[in-house]
Design a protein around this ligand. Structure first.
Ligand code: RUB
Length: 313
């Protein structure tokens, strides 16, 4: 169970972060764990299920995590049922883990090529946090030699914007780092806000890093386009049956130091890690299957999960 516990802690403590990376880390851990198990078939299924359930609790908001784990476990159980040899069962596990990882990589490339078509030379882009999918769109536009300028928000309290701006600058993109509260000040110059997603609900609402919904408000006012870049496994099937996506509350020490908190015991500190942007504020959702308006995400829902699977949630 060691690889599972280590991965759980890496995700919980945000040594691995970003919804896509979290999903891939969980799948890699399941693969390593399963291939190393020396047990019979029944026990194998039981242990894989336990490991998967455990991993799912590492962070609550990014739906890519349970979706990735379920993808592996459901397929393993379905195809593995008729398999008697453990070596063959492990091959099945490997196939679905590697399959997910490959699909995830491919999705990122496709999102870049599809999303970058919506970026014109001369565009000013604003991005928030550190999203691989959003970066894929921005970098594809840059590779196509489009002349773009990018504003990166700092993204308090964890400052993921420093990662994004540093990477973009190293790859030659014209990038400016701004504090979160400067977003509206610059928004009139911005053609497109490009962000990622931790989860997308059935009505097209987008859950992403705290502050995203404020950017969406500012973008709507300034008539800037609001583009979400997300792999299809960011869609939350449970929202189809009315469940809400939980918003992770992180420790107050991410916002203020322990010393400051002890000197100001009467100050309560709230630190939600994500917020929800309603579909009215989203112009387009770029996935590996193509571009969808938020109101049309149901079509992709059915494509990815199939209606019967959704209804059995
Ligand atoms: C990361 C974040 C990212 C999404 C999408 O939050 O909100 O925008 O996860 O990222 P945190 P990606 O740093 O708290 O994990 O496109 O890489 O999946």
């Amino acid at each position: 169970m060691q690889v599972i516990e280590v991965t759980f802690e890496d995700i919980r403590r945000m040594r691995v972060r970003g919804a896509g990376r979290i999903a891939r880390a969980a799948v890699r851990a399941l693969e390593e764990y399963g291939l190393g198990l020396d047990v019979g078939k029944e026990e194998f299924f039981k242990k894989m299920k336990e490991a998967g359930e455990y991993l799912k609790n590492a962070r609550p908001t990014a739906v890519s995590l349970p979706n990735a784990v379920n993808y592996v476990l459901v397929n393993l159980e379905r195809e593995g049922q008729n398999v008697s040899q453990m070596s063959v069962l492990k091959e099945v596990l490997k196939k679905y883990c590697e399959g997910f990882l490959k699909r995830s990589e491919l999705a990122m490339e496709k999102i870049g090529s599809i999303g970058s078509k919506r970026i014109q030379s001369g565009d000013v882009i604003l991005t928030h946090c550190n999203s691989e999918a959003a970066m894929s769109v921005i970098l594809a536009a840059h590779m196509q030699k489009k002349d773009i300028k990018v504003f990166c928000t700092e993204t308090r309290p964890r400052r993921q914007g420093l990662l994004t701006s540093s990477r973009l600058a190293k790859l030659g993109v014209d990038v400016t780092l701004i504090v979160d509260s400067a977003a509206r000040y610059f928004m009139n110059k911005v053609d497109s806000v490009v962000i990622g997603a931790d989860a997308i609900s059935v009505n097209g609402a987008v859950v992403n890093k705290i502050g995203t919904s404020m950017l969406a408000l500012a973008a709507k006012e300034a008539r800037s386009r609001f583009m979400v870049a997300a792999e299809s496994y960011k869609i939350s099937p449970k929202t189809f049956v009315g469940e809400l996506i939980p918003i992770e509350e992180r420790p107050k020490e991410e916002v203020v130091s322990k010393e400051w908190a002890s000197r100001n015991p009467a100050v309560k500190v709230a630190n939600p890690a994500f917020d929800i942007t309603p579909p009215e504020y989203v112009d387009l959702i770029v996935t590996e299957y193509g571009v969808f308006p938020p109101q049309g995400i149901l079509v992709l829902f059915k494509e990815v999960y199939g209606l019967s699977e959704i209804l059995n949630q």
